[in-house]
Design a protein around this ligand. Structure first.
Ligand SMILES: [Zn+2]
Length: 501
């Protein structure tokens, strides 16, 4: 391997040199979405980040086996299916297709294997049987199989949680059949109307955590190199995956390197469904396109919070315009034919071409340092600036070597930067036109015309109603929402008045 990766491993909390189980090969798993609706932009971040890892490892020469799952049996899916009078298979199948559309828009590559939980029920049952045999799980009177955390040495090693402290802080339910409050479900009896499978413990369905352990084991064996997911999955999901896999297979560590990406905020507020600010990925892609969505998601290091705001969108928009203007210029210069060699100009372009090799090294170095994407962008723009500087200098494009230099520059954008980042591959003229349209739409909606007076009146009425029912939080939310859309309201003796600001 000519490239050494240094990755922040959540298990140790340290940046470690990557040494795979088998030299030259790499096994990687990423927890995918539960398919009961369109994914939000946070789920898209998860997909794009794991796709970045996959691309970077492949580009570095690893023979990568990358598995990503779909959770297609879950309470949320069952509830939705029941509400709509459909089967949960139908709901899950529909949204697998929808999620894949968004993934494709965001230029995500096909993983080696995409698994669905329901296709791995037998491996899950076999794994649960092994855990019971090892004395680390038990069957309750009601036919539920629970993992016994106290019987597993090292529970808490990923999240840094200590079982005694956890238990001291836990509420104990009297009716609970758990031996410890942190024992978790491996298998549960199915209620009427729920999908169910035959098992040694009666008809039932698996708990959520067991699916990833079983799919990983089935597809890649008892130990893998990389496991990725959102930081919200560290506890309990990933902690439980470790417990299950290590208890069943007796191999430790189950995962060599755990990679977790940080969450998203929306204008500095933690993104949550209750706030109503979950930005659906489809809406975003329809408005801004997949290239911009991906650019924005990679503009912040995966371990850092990404604040999803108008400003972030603007930054990405400007950066893309800068890149594609340079790309357009290079495309034109590549075709330029001039027969008057000039030794001075030749040497300037020659130097530019040889410098590209250094930029490639810097780019690979940035990626191998824990996927430092902000640094990758900075390397790209240093080269863009250099290209712009030379080509705009008087007379510099009147020399034969300009076309070779432009071609090398384009190669850097499309191959070196593009293949790792999954960006830069759009046709420049058409794409710049598209960006221009986005920009003019944003200009016209960012100002006073963003809301019609009818829409404003409706919101003011809603706020009045909220105040009348003493829901001041909601009332404030409406006021802030209006302000964000450029409308200021004022309460006076004649009621509420408003103006565009
Ligand atoms: Zn998982």
């Amino acid at each position: 391997m000519n490239q050494t990766f240094w990755l922040t491993n959540s298990l140790s909390g340290k940046k470690e040199k990557l040494e795979t189980i088998e030299p030259g090969k790499l096994t990687m798993y990423s927890c995918g979405p539960t398919v009961y609706g369109l994914i939000h932009i946070g789920n898209l971040r998860s997909g794009v980040v794991s796709d970045l890892f996959y691309r970077a490892f492949q580009k570095a020469g690893y023979e990568v086996t990358y598995v990503r799952n779909y959770t297609d049996v879950d309470d949320k899916i069952i509830n939705k299916a029941n509400e709509e009078g459909r089967s949960s298979e139908e709901v899950a199948a529909e949204f697998v297709i929808e999620v894949e559309k968004d993934y494709q828009s965001a230029h995500m590559l096909e993983p080696t294997l995409k698994t669905k939980a329901t296709e791995y029920i037998q491996p899950m049952i076999r794994m649960i049987e092994s855990i019971i045999k090892e004395g680390k799980a038990y069957v309750t009177e009601t036919g539920e199989v629970l993992f016994s955390v106290e019987d597993f040495q090292g529970y808490g090693k990923l999240s840094g949680k200590n079982l005694e402290e956890l238990e001291a802080g836990a509420r104990v339910e009297v009716s609970d059949q758990k031996r410890s409050p942190f024992d978790f479900t491996l298998w549960k009896p199915a209620k009427p109307g729920e999908p169910s499978w035959d098992s040694p413990w009666g008809k039932g369905r698996p708990g959520w955590h067991i699916e990833c352990s079983a799919m990983i084991h089935e597809a890649m064996g008892p130990q893998i190199d990389i496991h990725h997911g959102g930081e919200d999955l560290v506890f309990p999901h990933h902690e439980n995956e470790i417990a299950q896999s290590e208890a069943a297979c007796g191999k430790s560590p189950f995962v060599k390197v755990w990679l977790h990406h940080a969450f998203l905020t929306f204008n500095q507020t933690k993104m949550s469904k209750s706030l109503g600010n979950v930005f659906n990925a489809r809406t975003f892609i329809e408005q801004y396109g997949g290239e911009l969505a991906r650019w924005m998601l990679l503009s912040v290091h995966y371990r850092k919070i990404l604040d999803f705001s108008e400003e972030t969108i603007d930054h990405s928009l400007s950066a893309l315009e800068r890149l594609y203007e340079a790309k357009l210029r290079a495309t034109q210069l590549k075709e330029r034919r001039t027969l008057r060699p000039d030794p001075v100009k030749e040497s300037v372009w020659g130097e530019f071409v040889s410098q590209i090799e250094n930029y490639k090294k810097e780019l690979n170095e940035a990626i191998s340092q824990d996927f430092n994407t902000p640094e990758v962008f900075s390397v790209l723009f240093r080269l863009v600036r250099e290209f712009n500087r030379i080509q705009s200098t008087e007379g510099m494009i009147d020399t034969p070597s300009v076309s070779l230099a432009a071609e090398c520059f384009l190669n850097f954008i499309e191959k070196d930067f593009g293949e790792i980042m999954g960006l830069g591959g759009e046709e420049p003229r058409a794409y710049l036109k598209f960006l221009g349209e986005i920009r003019s739409k944003r200009m016209s909606t960012s100002g006073a015309e963003s809301l019609s007076s009818d829409e404003i009146e409706v919101l003011i009425q809603e706020r009045k109603d909220a105040r009348a029912s003493k829901d001041y939080a909601k009332a404030d939310e409406i006021r802030n929402h209006l302000l964000e859309r450029g409308v200021e309201i004022k309460d006076g003796p004649q009621g509420t008045t408003w103006k565009y600001v």
